[in-house]
Design a protein. Structure first.
Length: 209
């Protein structure tokens, strides 16, 4: 029969061994994670969209960006830059960005009444918006790119200090959303589909109840 002292010492030794084994296992697991190629791929997947963004200070940047990896990095970066150029136009009203993004044969597939077809349509819409909201900005909130399609969620903001439909603004804040789908089979956008939350916009402008 072991003495109480021997039993206590044995328990202490077993506890110490268990603690050492646990520590070794934790270290081994951490090392396995660090060397696991799947972890490297996961980190690469997260970094992939951000590598595609043009960091030029004049261009808007997407808040969230999801890109089809099968496009290849060169083509994916080309489509991301087209997106940034187009929505920098909407953010600033400068048509040089529109010209860089949109093909001369561009067609608006959801053309609103009274808006000219082709590349002059977005330019006319921007001028009309800015006549009412001179400080209009466009947040490029979410972008998804798959194949030759670009889908974007936009948030427009500003203050109604201009004139719209005979109404003069009193500085009311304006904020409304839009969804766009752009088709870019080549180096520029050739057609689009879009929907805006016009009901919210008109209510904020005070032209509808």
């Amino acid at each position: 029969m072991r003495s109480r002292t021997t039993t206590t010492a044995l328990r202490a030794a077993l506890a110490l061994a268990a603690a050492a084994a646990l520590a070794a296992g934790t270290t081994a697991a951490a090392q396995a994670r660090d060397t696991d190629p799947r972890a490297d791929r996961h980190r690469a997947d997260r970094a992939w969209p951000q590598r595609l963004v043009d960091r030029s200070p004049d261009l808007v940047r997407p808040g969230s960006l999801t890109v089809d990896r099968t496009l290849g990095e060169h083509r994916a970066a080309e489509l991301v830059r087209l997106t940034q150029q187009l929505y920098t136009f909407w953010n600033t009203g400068r048509t040089t960005y529109l010209d860089a993004a949109v093909d001369p044969a561009f067609r608006d597939r959801t053309l609103p009444p009274g808006r000219p077809q082709g590349p002059t349509g977005p330019a006319a819409a921007s001028r009309a918006f800015r006549a009412a909201v001179p400080d209009l900005t466009c947040e490029l909130a979410d972008v998804m790119i798959s194949g030759d399609r670009i889908t974007a969620r936009l948030v427009f903001r500003g203050h109604f200090t201009g004139t719209f439909d005979g109404h003069h603004g009193q500085g009311q804040p304006v904020e409304f959303n839009a969804i766009d789908i752009q088709h870019a089979p080549g180096p520029r956008i050739t057609e689009d589909w879009h929907i805006e939350d016009n009901q919210t916009l008109l209510r904020q402008l005070g032209t509808t109840s």
